[in-house]
Design a protein around this ligand. Sequence first.
Ligand SMILES: Cc1cc2nc3c(=O)[nH]c(=O)nc-3n(C[C@H](O)[C@H](O)[C@H](O)COP(=O)(O)OP(=O)(O)OC[C@H]3O[C@@H](n4cnc5c(N)ncnc54)[C@H](O)[C@@H]3O)c2cc1C
Length: 399
Amino acid sequence: MAKRDPILIVGGGLGGLTTALALARHGWPTRVLEGAPQFGAIGYGIQFGPNVFHEFDRLGLSEQVLAIADFPVALSMMDALSGKELVHIPTGSSFRARFKYPYIVVHRIDLHNILLDACRRHDAVELVPDAMVMNFADRGDAVAVETKDGRAFSGAALVAADGLSSWFRARLIGDGDPRPSGYVAFRTIVPMAQVKADLARDNSALWAGPGLHVVHYPLRQGTEFNIVAVFRTATHAERGDPAAYRAELEYTYRNVHPAARALIGMLDMRWRRAVSDRDPIRHWHQGRVVLLGDAAHAPLQSLAQGAGMAIEDGACLGELIAATDGDFTSAFRRFEAARLLRTARVQLESRAIWDFYHLDEGVARDVRNATVAEWDEAHLFKCLAWLYDGAVVPDAKGP
Ligand SMILES: Cc1cc2nc3c(=O)[nH]c(=O)nc-3n(C[C@H](O)[C@H](O)[C@H](O)COP(=O)(O)OP(=O)(O)OC[C@H]3O[C@@H](n4cnc5c(N)ncnc54)[C@H](O)[C@@H]3O)c2cc1C
């Protein structure tokens, strides 16, 4: 095979690293430029549906991922005010029989390390930390970039996997900053031994309340416990002090069930982020540059599928660049066509579910609770099939 110029990948998150591995499988060299001083991830939990295992299988990583995963026994939605379980999706044998793979939760650092180690084992992948890209030029037959500290890199094409606030999206699409949802999120991991609240520790639970929710699940073979609390607030853009954050949390969650309230008391005040959203867009590429993952289609986290979609994207794009033998126009067009409706559906359903979780007390909430009470396992599995059955990865022939 003739020596090829590397493809530049901007962003070493889950989307960027998956793309590098998918291309390396086909012998395509990549150079991954990561803006942070080191490749790594913020240390919180992350959930994955069975759909991602189609891609982990393709990359030969499923066994390693399963070894670091926890397997919740169910996905449950609780009414945060009454404490009543509203929805129960069993994720045991019937789920695996239907979807072929399990539902998992992992520590993001553990998954990141698996992908990084796999990249390091491939000669075709070059990892460049501390490389914040601040400039680029598409020269028609190559793409050149410059980093904040003045280094220059070039490649045959460029994959912008630079996340929710993508610098490349601003240049290619120019549709502004992500839209603040008016909600903020707190995330915390505590040792399981410290969790005294009277609640199930072996499932992935979501407590849904008026303008708020709390998510929790076990990590690292049940030794740790991941908690995420999300709520609507007028102070979403403010940088407050921990005492003000604590007072705001106590007030916001004052009426929730005691078990959920106990979790709020365990939150670390240092990690508070405004939650933002993006509209679906139809085009993700221009010339030799293409957007991928959150840069192209960031959803709210209510379906827990943003990273799953970034991983599916990476696998799909890698296959298409190989299948078209580096005809980037054709590969990027087919990538967009293959991924657009699925990722847009994740964005739109995430929004709909977001509102469904956060209904105020009143008739709408009563209707929600009465409706979901009728949902049995067969119905729930059918509703999730479009997502959990995984994505079609196009091959050399088409579509
Ligand atoms: C509270 C919360 C909970 C979530 N839970 C889940 C979940 O359970 N399941 C799930 O699937 N998803 C979840 N998500 C969504 C998930 O985190 C994202 O969808 C996913 O991280 C997107 O991956 P990415 O690779 O596209 O972007 P990112 O992970 O954001 O990676 C982008 C990378 O690009 C780098 N970068 C940015 N700009 C530049 C530049 N100019 N030059 C060089 N490098 C640059 C960044 O440093 C970063 O490393 C959650 C999100 C939040 C906020």
